[in-house]
Ligand binder design. Sequence first.
Ligand SMILES: *Cc1c(COP(=O)(O)O)cnc(C)c1O
Length: 405
Amino acid sequence: MLARLYIATGGVLRPRANPQTARERYEAAVAAFFGGGHAFAFWKGRVALYALLKALGVGAGDEVIVPGYTCVMVPGPVVYLGARPVYVDIEPRFYTTSPEAVAAAITSRTRAILVQHTYGYPAPVPAIRAAADPRDIPVIEDCCHTFGGRVDGQRLGTLGRAAFFSSQWNKPFSTGLGGLALTHDPTLARRIRMEQEHYPLPSRGAAFMLAAQLLAYELLVFPATTAYATRLFRWLTRRGLVVGSSGRAEFEPLMPADYLRGAARVQCRLGQFEVARIQQNLAARRRATEFYRAELPRLGYPVPDLPAGWDVPLLRFPIRVANKTEALAQAARYKVEIGSWFECPLHPAETDHQAFGYTHGQCPVAERAAAEVINLPTHRRVTPQDLMRTLEFVERVCRPANPAG
Ligand SMILES: *Cc1c(COP(=O)(O)O)cnc(C)c1O
C-alpha cells in the first residue's frame, strides 16, 4: 500500500514528468513476463486495441469478428476505423466464443478475429486459429480479464498474433486507467510503435486527476465500501469532476476527442510495480477462485469442470442468478462487492447497440447471460471475511437461475 501511495503521490506532484523512461521500463517488464516479444503502453486498453487494429491494416469495408458479450469499448475502435464488427455468440459455460461459431462468421472480408478470455476463462484460441490461420486472418486476444492465466503452461496473451490488456480500476491489476498491446511478431511490433509514437501524452489535467484518484482509491476503497465509492465516482464523473473510464461520447460510434493518448508516467510506474508483484496478485485470485468453486455448488450454483492444464485465476467469479436486479440492489446493504458486467451484449446499458451493428436477438446465449450473471470479487483486497460475507449474501439474497431456462 505504501509503495502505491508513494507512486500516486509522485503522479500528483509531477503529472507531466517525462514518461519515456518509465514507459520503456514498464514495457520491458511486461515483455519479459510474457517470455519476450514487444509490449506497448497506452492511456487505456481500448487505445491499445485501436493501435493494434490500425497496425494490422484494418480499415473501411473490412469485417472484424467480435464476441457478442463484451463492452462497447471493444467494437469502438473497429467502427472508428470504418470496419464492421460481426458479432458471434458465446457458449454458456465459459462465456467465450466457440470455434464453430467463429468459423461460420468468417467471410472474404474478415480482417481480424477478436477472442476474449471472459472473466479469465480461456477462449479456445488454437481451435479458432485452425479456421483463421489457413486464411491468414490474425487472431487478437482480449486479455482485459486476465494477466498471467495459462493453458498447458502457455500464457494467455501469447496464443494469437497479438493481445491487448487493460489496467483500468477493475482489471487484473490497476493503474487507474491504462492499456497494453503485446505481440511476438516483429513486423507488427514496428507498426504498433509507429502508431504509439504519434499519440500525444494525456493532458496535465488528466494525468493529475488520474494520480489524485489513485491516491484516493488506495486510501478509501475496500470491498465493504466499493458500492458507495462506485456511486460517488459515477456522480463525480457526470459532473466532469474526475476522469471517468468512459465519457458519454463512447456509447456512440464516433471517436471521442482526446482518444488516442499515450501512457502517463504514473501509469507506467504503477504498472511496473504491479507486474513485479503479479504472483501475489495471482495467488489471491487463485485462493478466492478455489473458495467459490468449493463452496458454491452446495448453495445450488454449479461450477464448470475445468479442463486439465488450465491455470485460471479468475478476475471475477461469475454465477447465474434468477434475481439479478434485486441482488445488485441489495449488495451495498450487505457490504459486499458484486459486479454486474456484462449487463448487455455491448456493456453498458446506455450503449446504442444498433449504432454499433448489434441487432437485438443476434446473440441469444449472451443476452441470457447478461440478464443472469453477477460476479464475485477475487482481488487482493478481498479478505477471508469478505469471502464469507459474499457467500452469505449469495445464500440469503440470490436465487440460482434455472439451468434449463
Ligand atoms: C475493460 C475492458 C476493455 C476496455 O479496457 P479500457 O482500458 O477500459 O479501455 C476491453 N475489453 C474487455 C473485455 C474489458 O473488460
